[in-house]
Design a protein around this ligand. Sequence first.
Ligand SMILES: NC(=O)C1=CN([C@@H]2O[C@H](COP(=O)(O)OP(=O)(O)OC[C@H]3O[C@@H](n4cnc5c(N)ncnc54)[C@H](OP(=O)(O)O)[C@@H]3O)[C@@H](O)[C@H]2O)C=CC1
Ligand SMILES: CC(=O)[C@@H](O)[C@H](O)COP(=O)(O)O
Ligand SMILES: [Mn+2]
Length: 394
Amino acid sequence: MQNVVILGSTGSIGVSTLDVLARHPERYRVFALVARQRIDRLLEQICTFRPTYVVVTEAEPAETLRNRIRDMRIACEVLTGADALAAVVSAPEVDIVMAAIVGAAGLMPTLAAAKAGKKILLANKEALVMSGALFLNAVKDGGAQLLPIDSEHNAIFQCWSANAIGQAPSVAGVEKIQLTASGGPFLRKPLSELNEVTPDQACSHPTWNMGRKISVDSATLMNKGLEVIEACHLFGASAEQVDVVIHPQSIVHSMVRYLDGSVLAQMGNPDMRTPIAHALAWPERIQSGVAPLDLTQMSALQFEVVDRERFPCLTLAYQALQAGGTAAAVLNAANEVAVDAFLNNRLRFTAISDVIAATLAKVSAPTIGSLAELLAIDAEARLIAATQIQLRAA
Ligand SMILES: NC(=O)C1=CN([C@@H]2O[C@H](COP(=O)(O)OP(=O)(O)OC[C@H]3O[C@@H](n4cnc5c(N)ncnc54)[C@H](OP(=O)(O)O)[C@@H]3O)[C@@H](O)[C@H]2O)C=CC1
Ligand SMILES: CC(=O)[C@@H](O)[C@H](O)COP(=O)(O)O
Ligand SMILES: [Mn+2]
């Protein structure tokens, strides 16, 4: 029996993870659930999965939940605060940590899991993008195991020759990693109309059902930009070795092209329970609940070149990657602030990329020395991005 902690249990990935775990009660037990504020959903999860602990990062909802659990006489301890979060993730009973908090907020608990040598299922791409080598060194030093949940990276992992896992592309015979991008809800929208799109339109993803922040990232293609950086870190690739191709159907989840001309692709219906089940059980295979793929029942699969004028965020991500140092952390911080402003009707969709470009130009991005330095640069980038948003509101 393996004990699992889910960081971000109330979100899209958290719910899919619990769905897979529920199919395998003989293999997995939920040790702890972590969320920020969605108490009603968390309470339902507690009733179903009976974790030993829950951590609610906001103090007021934590107190509300504590009272409700006491009234219902459920044996589950409700904790709050950063120390409690790190302690739960690092507890000796814990085998697996699903890192599915959205954004930079997920960095500290995921780092704690790395230092404690856990098996980490990494959905939270922002943590890796912002901290890069610092996080990978913590994984190595802590003796942790890192498995990708992001559908493209899980696909690449599955397409990497089994006997070359852990080797850099040049050693593994890999020529190119090709990430597929759906193109999001605005792939065919006239460019002149992008200025007026609403948060709900941006969050109506054509193929995946996801949280609001990553949905907006898909609509700008910043999601793919973050994924290019994520792929470089996870697979030891250079920016030149990672390409993006538009594939509106989201059936091919990514491809690996080898030196001998072979291209390996991983396919499946767009449902995150497949990569979750894959990483949970790897190197074994378990049921995920995902319907089998029937290619005879689908329309043609399309592949297209990315229109860089429509999607300037992808170019910004490649620029940050080439710049090196903490530029990717600045990119990520500015994007988080700009997307939040867009979702709260304080910024136009088309201005998201302007705010990120202006922030990248204003914040110097030296190579990371320490976690404290990284957090300082993240905070500085957020302040500059907020100023840029105010300038555009004026
Ligand atoms: N959804 C998907 O299909 C995919 C997601 N990912 C990545 O996985 C991560 C999660 O995405 P998704 O599930 O869609 O996001 P959601 O917005 O659906 O869920 C986010 C989760 O994080 C919790 N959370 C948010 N802020 C904090 C905080 N400050 N402290 C603690 N918990 C917090 C939320 O709690 P609460 O609900 O209480 O607010 C919720 O449980 C992202 O990094 C995303 O990029 C990657 C690939 C696919
Ligand atoms: C499911 C998943 O991994 C998302 O990151 C997905 O990739 C979003 O779709 P697009 O970014 O391709 O629109
Ligand atoms: Mn993805």
